[in-house]
Design a protein around this ligand. Structure first.
Ligand code: HEM
Length: 143
C-alpha cells in the first residue's frame, strides 16, 4: 500500500474516532438535558463525512484505480506523489480550520478573523477535491 494511501486511511481512522467521541459527548449532553451553548452538530457531521469518509475514499481510490503510466510515469502510473501530499494537507488543514473556527464564528458572530479563516478552509477543501478529481479522472478508464 503506497505511503500516501496509508496517510489518508490513517487520518480517516483518527477522524472516525474523533467523530464518534464528539457524537457520544453530544448524545450524552442531550440525554442529560444539557445542550452545549455552542452548536457542534455541523462540526460533528463534517468530521464524519469529510474527515472519515472522504479521506478513506481518496486513500483507497488512489491505491486501487487503474494506473495510467502515460500520465504519471514517475510513480508506477499512480499519481504525482508531491501533488497528492498537497491534496492531503489542503483537505485536512481545511477541515481542522473548520472544526476550530466554525463553532467560534457561530457563537461570536461575524468577525474578520473567523470569516477569513472559514473562507480559507472552504477554498482549501475545494481545491483538494478538484485536484484529486483531476487525478482520479484520468485513471478511470478501460483496462
Ligand atoms: C462517521 C460517523 C458519523 C457521522 C457521519 C455522523 C453524522 C451526523 C450528522 C450528519 C448529523 C446531523 C448534524 C446536523 O444536525 O446538522 C449528526 C448529528 C448527531 N450525531 Fe452523528 N454521526 C456519526 C456518528 C455519531 C455517533 C457514533 C454518535 C453518538 C455516539 C453521534 C451522535 C450524534 C448526535 C447526538 C447528533 C445530534 C446533535 C444535535 O443534537 O444537534 N453521531 N451526526
Amino acid at each position: 500500500m503506497p505511503v500516501e494511501s496509508r496517510l489518508f486511511v490513517k487520518a480517516s481512522l483518527l477522524w472516525l474516532c474523533a467523530t464518534f467521541a464528539l457524537g457520544a459527548i453530544l448524545l450524552i449532553l442531550k440525554a442529560l438535558g444539557l445542550p452545549p451553548h455552542i452548536n457542534f452538530s455541523n462540526v460533528h457531521a463534517h468530521m464524519g463525512f469529510v474527515g472519515w469518509l472522504v479521506n478513506l475514499v481518496m486513500g483507497i481510490a488512489l491505491w486501487f484505480l487503474p494506473v495510467n503510466r502515460e500520465k504519471f510515469p514517475e510513480n508506477r502510473g499512480r499519481y504525482p506523489a508531491m501533488t497528492v501530499r498537497v491534496i492531503f494537507t489542503m483537505l485536512n488543514a481545511g477541515l481542522v480550520l473548520r472544526v476550530i473556527f466554525e463553532p467560534l464564528a457561530d457563537k461570536v458572530g461575524p468577525a474578520l478573523l473567523y470569516s477569513a479563516t472559514l473562507v480559507t478552509s472552504a477554498l482549501l477543501q475545494l481545491a483538494a477535491v478538484i485536484v484529486f478529481a483531476a487525478i482520479a479522472w484520468v485513471r478511470v478508464r478501460q483496462v
